[in-house]
Ligand binder design. Structure first.
Ligand code: HEC
Length: 144
């Protein structure tokens, strides 16, 4: 019961968050915007997993958005764009293979999450995606 009351509120906040981002410009701003989208889509999924709820349609829609955005994210780091600002570390350029593997790994976890239909499988699938976010951040993103 608690979850059904909470969910629309979390979603509303997320949409508000998306609407006010985008103040930075250029590639650095594009990267932040892409990750804001990923983070905004992941938030309600994480909240759902925590509360023990599972709304398959919403999870699927948000997880697909994350997968698409992670594809797009990969195009935002061309050679010579190390100085575009933001929290992207230079290890992205010095270890491009590792960065792309971390991105593909997270993308695959999002695709997998989008197809989950069994509520019992939901928490583990969310955990897998969350771990994949963290694995990239710990190596390729500066501490905030
Ligand atoms: C392949 C690497 C990679 C993966 C996977 C990844 N991120 Fe990120 N993320 C980054 C980098 C790099 C930045 C810093 C971007 C910048 O500031 O230029 C970032 C920044 C962010 C930010 C801060 C955005 C801002 O306002 O600047 C959030 C939120 C975020 N990521 C959430 C997530 C979530 C949630 C996932 C998993 C669903 C995820 N990320 C997966 C690399 C990744």
């Amino acid at each position: 019961m608690k979850a059904t009351i909470l969910r629309p509120a979390v979603l509303g906040l997320t949409m508000l968050g998306l609407a006010v981002t985008g103040c930075a410009t250029g590639l650095g701003g594009d990267r932040e915007e892409a990750m804001e989208t990923v983070g905004g889509a992941f938030k309600p999924i994480g909240a759902m997993a925590k509360s023990g709820a599972f709304d398959q349609a919403e999870v699927s829609e948000k997880a697909k958005l994350i997968a698409t955005e992670l594809e797009h994210f990969g195009s935002l780091f061309p050679e010579g764009s190390e100085k575009a600002g933001g929290a992207a570390l230079s290890s992205i350029w010095s270890d491009r293979t590792g960065f792309d593997a971390a991105r593909t790994n997270a993308r695959d976890a999002a695709v997998q999450l989008a197809s989950v239909s069994d509520p019992a499988a939901f928490p583990a699938a969310v955990g897998k995606l969350g771990d994949a976010c963290g694995a990239c951040h710990s190596k390729y993103r500066a501490e905030y």
